[in-house]
Design a protein around this ligand. Structure first.
Ligand SMILES: Cc1ncc(COP(=O)(O)O)c(C=O)c1O
Length: 396
């Protein structure tokens, strides 16, 4: 495996995470405390203390706590407990999975979360971009036939579907995913669904659909830690064929080995009931911040773009026609004023060949395609989010 390049978004995130007055750069929900997670999952404080103090800090089972695996399995119809491996965040699940698959080529939506193409690159896979473009109005779009043609022509060994998508907030339709699945069968490709935002992929359903099917060539990775604002919990999973998971679990023995029992206990308590107040409030807050953003975008004289269909991020552009240099200056000014948003350059937007071609053909769509824009996270309380957007408008 080759060296991994710098993880470009991490420095800006870390530099602002603990000091920005308004942190709109993250991709997850507002940070929640252990107390919030557990009391809103119907545990009394007395019970929490009792249970916590009783936890034995032994190694958890290598594949994860059986009752937790059982819950994750129930979220993926057609799977059994043996099809679930509990991991240290979705990142570890993806890391182990790519090391197992070692695909010669991977097709995925670009731009995308860096880890999703960086790992295959380090494994010397060819990356086949499935373009996501922003139109003049800042609406992220995909050309479905273009994606299907690319898949038919390039026949990637692996197709990765990040749904809902970071950083556009797009949610692919079930019908379109079915078409991709059909092609994957024809070209014998492995499918990976990165369903990190599944809990926030539908406005009314508690859990959006999954691409999971019980098949030797279908894998799903996921978690709840971004949606519920507890990324520090570091838990995730991979659902797939047992033999592959077994290989991955062996690699895990050399590194994180198991997820710690405290994390597994909290995760079990959280996941045992999707109808709990915790999930209810998460959804309500998400809908409220989406409404606030919609209102803001309808009126803003400085910013344009679309609210996310799913997940907690969207990518926005600036109405004034900045070049890269002046845009960077504006971003610095925003940051100095206590508001952090993630410049899209930190996700390499503008540097992929289809984006450069758009520029050359003066078929610009939006400047967002050239990296003149920012990723906005919706993970704040509605009050803070509203105040942050008002402050942002003033500065811009
Ligand atoms: C699309 C996507 N996949 C995977 C991850 C990794 O998540 P985790 O924190 O669970 O490792 C992220 C994190 O932001 C993400 O946005």
């Amino acid at each position: 495996m080759k060296n991994l390049r710098t993880f470009f978004m991490e420095d800006p995130l870390e530099n602002n995470r603990f000091k920005a007055k308004f942190n709109l750069g993250e991709s997850g929900g507002r940070p929640r405390t252990v107390q919030e997670l557990l009391t809103l999952s119907d545990l009394s404080e007395e019970k929490i203390v009792q249970e916590f103090l009783k936890i034995s800090l032994c190694d958890s089972p290598n594949w994860g706590r059986p009752d937790l695996r059982e819950i994750v399995s129930r979220m993926h119809a057609g799977s059994k407990v043996e099809n679930v491996l509990i991991t240290t965040g979705t990142s570890e699940a993806l890391f182990l999975l790519f090391r197992y698959l070692k695909p010669k080529s991977v097709a995925l939506a670009i731009p995308g979360f860096q880890l999703l193409y960086e790992l295959p690159l380090a494994l010397e896979s060819e990356i086949i971009p499935l373009p996501v473009r922003w139109n003049q109005n800042g609406i992220p779009t995909i050309n479905e036939s273009e994606w299907l043609d690319i898949l038919k022509e390039k026949k990637p060994e692996c197709i990765l579907i990040n749904n809902p998508h970071n950083p556009s907030g797009l949610v692919l339709s079930q019908e379109f995913i079915d078409k991709i699945m059909q092609i994957s069968l024809e070209i014998s490709a492995t499918i990976i669904g990165d369903e990190h935002y599944r809990f926030l992929s539908h406005e009314t359903q508690q859990l959006g659909f999954t691409i999971y099917k019980n098949s030797p060539k279908v894998f799903v990775t996921g978690s709840f830690i971004k949606c519920l604002g507890c990324p520090g919990l570091r838990i995730g999973w991979c659902v797939g064929p047992t033999e592959a998971l077994s290989y991955m679990q062996n690699e895990k023995n050399y590194t994180t080995h198991t997820v710690n029992p405290i994390t597994e206990w909290i995760s079990y308590e959280v996941l045992k009931n999707f109808e709990s107040k915790l999930f209810l409030y998460m959804k309500e807050e998400w809908l409220e911040t989406k409404r606030i953003l919609k209102n803001f975008l309808d009126k803003s004289q400085a910013v344009y773009g679309m609210i996310p269909n799913g997940g907690l991020v969207t990518s926005l552009g600036l109405k004034k026609n900045y070049d890269i240099k002046s845009f960077q200056y504006v971003m610095k000014t925003v940051e100095k004023n206590g508001i952090f948003v993630l410049p899209l350059a930190a996700m390499e937007v503008g540097s992929f060949s289809f984006q450069k071609e758009m520029n050359l053909n003066s078929n610009h769509g939006s400047n967002i395609n050239q990296g003149i824009g920012f990723r906005l996270g919706l993970g704040s309380s509605p009050q803070d989010f509203k105040s942050a957007l008002e402050a942002l408008e003033l500065i811009l």
